[in-house]
Design a protein around this ligand. Structure first.
Ligand code: WT7
Length: 645
């Protein structure tokens, strides 16, 4: 097997990039030829960013699971598709071949059908990192149901909101999940989310931890029972089959909720054809994947990174994807290195926050670990600082492995800006060059292109993209107007990423971080407004303001300024109560690192909170707060400064 669209030299990168910009129709048409289509598309691309409306491979008919599984069965049926490493290193590894994956996905597709799920129905998936999660996702795709995976760290309330928004009638979950020394009772969280819910008809429960669960008659069924029965339906004389649904290239494949600067998380919608081509193309090119290599992406499938680079990208390329149930620091901080050695991992793709956290343990956990199988390293999720980059390069890659710094977003489906491992140059802390098909543009506040270099000879501005690539989001579920205002209205005619960036003379990009009110905490995206809303739900809280501040391990920490009234408890217990409230409303990942009680917040005369000032104080930059003359009550600033944590 080979990938005719794999870029193998710097010259070819430039050539392909130029082609993709000059003639996107031809370029992506010829990439898409390498996939399995039931019917070829009528037109490669039709678009405008005004509505916005983007259609790739319009009229094309396909099923993504045939591209991820069936087409590899004749030649690679016995090759591992998924290698599963359990939380507990003493437990049995599971190797899922393409044949086995096919069988399980067919079986689960049949289970969904038996339970009344039809094409276009939304299925919410709330599971730990077990192979069954991949079967569930692909089973949905096989029958054309729209999956909405929710990360296991979100609360019952967050799940309830997402179920409601997507009008989901089906849930797939586990009794519990193992993560390090923790045992997370997933089904019990689902039960809380379902109190008062009238739309959910069926909950399918996979047994992982054998923690006691309540099973409601007529609503809840066991995965194992359902799969056993489905097996008798899909397997006849040793031959497994379950016909996959014929999907339009522009039919939705999944919804994934993500935070923005305002309101509740929005359901980003990706469609079948473009997303498939984009995740596959970027996987093959960024990591320079060679058949047989073992790809270890450490993300959770609850986030876009797991969707694109554990499931769809690798499997559509016939790769071997390593899926890890646990956490990097359990039973000790050498776990990743044990996994690399045990499974002879070729490609390791992780987050800067994980690297920084492991760096904190020094090199002792690396002693005696054989990492010689590693060929390529990658990072994703947040800017990587140079210190972490060099540690990764020196201690993990032993200076033999190219590092790719992949910049992208939930909304972009796959990587937009990154070097290609060993093919285009790596520059520490620079995402570097755009992928073919990606046309970045730096603009100022008014949307004018930046043309003046700063004192370091760099262009600096807000990062936008001029034209669609196949993996761009198509809408936000149930609210297209929200998609337009969020991404396409700030700068008319452009997709606005929400990030700031620098560009050098060679055309390399360095992402500097969000320019909106979105935080990036340990590579997880959290809106400040969302955290404020959660804090404000606590009975004693009058008002709050949340900002980010630099955090050594997490990248950004969450700093909350809170006006509290009421007499219950002291500051310490009030803090605990607020943290508990945030955990309940959003999930533990959104808990503030610091909570400062204040008597007032800096506001303009029109009542707008001046976050710029609060951000500076949280960052420890108290001497230069800029212009505070427009404040309603400049006195509050001194009080806040003096009380800084
Ligand atoms: C935001 C998107 C992409 C999957 C994981 C996060 C930040 C992402 C990088 C990088 C600097 C990065 C951006 C982006 N980000 N990758 N390589 N360098 N920043 O997906 O939750 O949708 O968050 O993560 O700020 O906008 P997400």
């Amino acid at each position: 097997m080979s990938y005719p669209y794999q870029i193998t030299s710097l010259e070819q990168y430039h050539r392909d990039y130029q082609k993709s910009v000059d003639n996107p129709q031809d370029f992506w048409g010829s990439v898409a030829e390498n996939f399995l289509w039931r019917k070829k598309w009528d037109k490669v691309l039709e678009w405008n960013f005004t509505e916005p409306k983007v259609e790739w491979f319009k009229g094309g008919k396909l099923n993504i699971t045939e591209n991820c599984i069936d087409r590899y069965l004749p030649t690679m049926g016995d090759k591992p598709a998924i290698i599963w490493e359990p939380n507990n290193p003493e437990d049995r590894v599971r190797i899922v071949t393409y044949n086995r994956l096919h069988k399980r996905v067919c079986q689960f597709a049949q289970v969904l059908k038996n339970n009344g799920v039809k094409k276009g129905d939304r299925v919410c998936i709330y599971m730990g990192m077990v192979p069954e999660l991949a079967y569930a996702v692909l089973g949905c795709a096989r029958i054309g149901a729209i999956h909405s995976v929710i990360f296991g760290g979100f609360s019952a309330q967050s799940i309830a909101d997402r179920l409601e928004d997507a009008q989901a009638a089906y849930i797939v979950t586990c009794d519990g999940a193992y993560r390090g020394n923790k045992d997370i009772p997933l089904k019990s969280v689902i039960d809380d989310a379902l109190i008062g819910n009238k739309t959910v008809k069926r909950v399918i429960v996979y047994t992982r931890t054998r923690t006691p669960v309540s099973m409601i008659k007529g609503r809840d069924v066991w995965w194992e029972d359902e799969m056993e029965y489905a097996e008798t339906q899909v397997e006849k004389d040793g031959v497994v089959s379950f016909p996959s649904e014929e999907m339009d290239a522009e039919d939705p494949l999944f919804i994934l909720y993500t935070s923005g600067s305002t309101g509740k998380p929005k359901g980003v919608v990706h469609t079948v054809g473009g997303y498939m081509v984009w995740t596959n193309y970027t996987f093959v090119n960024v990591f320079q994947y060679q058949p047989g290599q073992i790809h270890f992406c450490t993300a959770d499938i609850g986030w876009i990174t797991g969707h694109s680079y554990i499931v769809y990208g690798p499997l559509s390329a016939g790769a071997t994807s390593l899926m890890f149930e646990g956490v990097p620091t359990w039973p000790d901080a050498g776990r990743f290195w044990d996994i690399v050695e045990k499974h002879k991992v070729d490609i390791l793709y992780t987050a800067p926050t994980a690297i920084r956290s492991l760096m904190g343990f020094g090199t002792a956990p690396l002693q005696g670990k054989n990492l010689s199988s590693l060929k390529k390293l990658g990072t994703v999720g947040e800017p990587i600082n140079e210190e972490a980059w060099h540690w990764y390069d020196e201690h993990i890659g032993k200076k033999q492995c190219p590092i790719v710094d992949t910049w992208w977003q939930t909304e972009t489906g796959g990587t937009l800006i990154s070097n290609l491992a060993g093919v285009t140059p790596a520059i520490p802390s620079w995402a570097s060059l755009p992928m073919p098909g990606v046309q970045p543009l730096l603009v100022d506040e008014k949307g004018n292109e930046i043309t003046e270099k700063d004192e370091h000879g760099m262009l600096k501005g807000n990062l936008c993209i001029k034209a669609p690539w196949p993996g761009i989001l198509r809408t936000t579920y149930g609210d297209h107007e929200r998609c337009r205002t969020n991404y396409f209205a700030t700068y008319p005619g452009l997709y606005f990423t929400g990030d700031g960036a620098l560009k050098d003379d060679q055309g390399n990009y360095r992402i500097t971080g969000r320019v909106d009110d979105v935080l990036n905490v340990s590579g997880h995206r959290i809106g400040t407004a969302e955290v404020e809303n959660a804090i404000n739900m606590h009975a004693g809280v009058v008002e709050s303001a949340v900002v980010g501040y630099p955090h050594d391990v997490k990248g950004q920490g969450i700093y909350a300024y809170v006006i509290f009234s009421g007499h219950h408890g002291d500051d310490a217990s009030r803090r605990q109560d607020i943290l508990q409230t945030v955990s309940r409303v959003i999930g533990p990942i959104a808990k503030p690192d610091k909570i400062q009680f204040v008597n007032g917040l800096p506001k303009t005369r029109s009542g707008k909170i001046m976050r710029r000032i609060l951000r500076k104080i949280a960052e420890g930059e108290v001497s230069n707060l800029g212009d505070t003359s427009t404040l309603l009550d400049p006195g509050v600033v001194d009080e806040i400064k003096n009380g800084k944590l």
